[in-house]
Design a protein around this ligand. Sequence first.
Ligand SMILES: [Zn+2]
Ligand SMILES: [Zn+2]
Length: 299
Amino acid sequence: MKKILGFLLLILVSLSISCKSKHNDSTKTILAFLVLRNSAAEAARNAANAANGTSNYDSISTYYSTMTTLNVQVVYESSATPYDSSFTNPFTSTTKNVWDILDDNMKEAFKNRKTSVTTSIPKVLSSMTSISSQNKTTWTTTDIINLAKTYRTSTSTQTTGNFFVAFVNGYYSSDGSTQNTNVIGVNITGTPYIAIFKQVVTSTGSTTPSGIATRVYVEQSTLVHEMGHALGLVNNGVTMTSSHQDTANGKHCSDTTCVMYYANEGTSALVTFLQNYIQTGSNVMFKTDCLNDMQKYSP
Ligand SMILES: [Zn+2]
Ligand SMILES: [Zn+2]
C-alpha cells in the first residue's frame, strides 16, 4: 500500500506541476478517489487471501509473468490413493508414468515463453503425502479450502506457483447436502486448490480399452482440466485469443475434442473423449484455442 500511495503522490506532484493550479482541485479529487479505490481493492484481496489461505502470488498474473517453477503438491487419504504406475497406450504401445500426462500438458501450456517455466510434479506415491482419513461423505467449497489451509506446505511466491491437489473420499456438494456423484474433480475458483473425488474415478471404467487404464486416463484428464481452470481457462483470468468460450456452460471450451469442454469434466462424455484421445498417441489434451490462450498470455 505504501508503494501505491508513494506512486500516487508522485503523480499528484507531477500533475500539479504540469497542470498548474487550474486543474489542481479536480486532480486531487480524482487521486483521492483512486487512493480509496485501491484501498478497497486491497482490502478485498486481503480478505480473500485470509479466507482462502492464499497469498497475492497465488494469482494468474504471477503464473504468466514471473513464475519460473510450476510446483504441484499432492496429498491423499489412504483409501483414495492416486494411480502412480506406468501404463502402456494400447494404440501406440508407448509406456509412460501416468503423471507424465499432467506434466506434458503443463509443459505444453508454458512452452515458448520469455521466462521459461520448469514443472515440478510428483509422479510416484513416495513423493506425495498420505493424510489421515477426513471421514467425510460430502465436500463443500469451504471444506476443500480448509483442507488446503491445513495441509498445503507453502503459498505461491513470485517465482514458484504452488498448486495443491487433494485426493479424497466422498463426493462434491455444491449446496452442502446433495452429493454430486458425477463430479470427478473441482478447482476452487480464484485459488490453486483442486480436489479429486476418487470414488467417482473408480466408478468409471467398465468400458474399453480396459477398466483400469480408463480410470487412469479419467484421473489424469480431470487433473489436466482442473489445472486448466486454476491457470485461467476458459476466460477465467486469461484473455482469450479467439472466441471459444462455451458461455452457456461457464468457463469452458466450445471444442468438444478439447479437455476443457464442459462435458469432459463429468463421467459419461469423458470416456468417449478419452477413447479418441488415446488414439492420437499424444499426451496433450488441450486443443489449439486453449493452448494459444495460455501460450500467448502476457499480463
Ligand atoms: Zn470445468
Ligand atoms: Zn479448448
